[in-house]
Ligand binder design. Structure first.
Ligand SMILES: O=C(CO)[C@H](O)[C@H](O)COP(=O)(O)O
Ligand SMILES: [Fe+2]
Length: 220
């Protein structure tokens, strides 16, 4: 199944309830948590996740770009994240972190930055429900898509296929009408798009357009 996860990083932060209503036809609301340390940007934390969980029409896909995810990740699951993704570059014990997310009732995922290879983390697959391959350097929305990450997406898809089970492959950063096709061809099945969705005049139409383009590339 191909899924669209619009990033609220590009939404109007003064009106998050109505901004979430605009993406109600998407599969997930992607919530970028940045701490000003792991990345040079600061966004939102647990109280905001709790508040938007109460009003969101769709489940929250929390992408933690923070230090010490071992400590914080399960709290994002408890606060309402239905999926919680931590960065392997920040985790001290990724196995324990993934297990604590699942124990709190959420889907667990790990993310790799563009400069981080996947292979050393392939052993984590039994512990997670999704792998996020970053297609920009994490920290900011509206950056250019890094096509050179498609080799890594292929590698993750092959490892996931060999492993079996239902592990999703997510791409995040610069995903748009122009770039979603190559993500599908490389094997991604969950697409985060911030500026491409919230920058559109008609947000629901843009979500359908991205879905249709992805399905067409997948040959559906
Ligand atoms: O994790 C992120 C940045 O670190 C965002 O999810 C991502 O950048 C989405 O924004 P855009 O689609 O505009 O690139
Ligand atoms: Fe993100």
């Amino acid at each position: 199944m191909l899924q669209i996860s619009p990033s609220i990083l590009s939404a109007d932060f003064a009106n998050l309830e109505s901004e979430l209503a605009r993406i109600s036809t998407a599969d997930w609301a992607h919530v970028d948590v940045m701490d000003g340390h792991f990345v040079p940007n600061l966004t939102l934390g647990l109280p905001v996740v709790e508040a938007i969980k109460a009003v969101s029409p769709i489940p929250l896909d929390c992408h933690l770009m923070i230090e010490d995810p071992d400590r914080w990740a399960p709290q994002y699951a408890e606060a309402g994240g239905s999926s919680v993704t931590f960065h392997v570059e920040a985790a001290t014990d990724p196995v324990a972190t993934a297990r604590s997310i699942r124990a709190a009732g959420a889907r667990a995922a790990f993310a790799v930055k563009p400069g981080t290879p996947f292979t050393p983390y392939a052993d984590l697959l039994p512990e997670v429900d999704m792998v996020l391959v970053m297609t920009v350097e994490p920290g900011f929305g509206g950056q250019s898509f890094m096509a050179d990450q498609m080799a890594k997406v292929r590698e993750v898809r092959e490892a996931v296929s060999r492993h079996g089970g239902e592990i999703w492959v997510q791409v995040d950063g610069g995903v748009s009408q122009d770039t979603i096709g190559q993500c599908v061809e490389a094997g991604a099945d969950v697409f985060v798009a911030g500026s491409a969705v919230y920058g559109a005049d008609d947000v629901p139409s843009r979500i359908s357009e991205l879905r249709d383009l992805a399905a067409a590339c997948a040959g559906h």
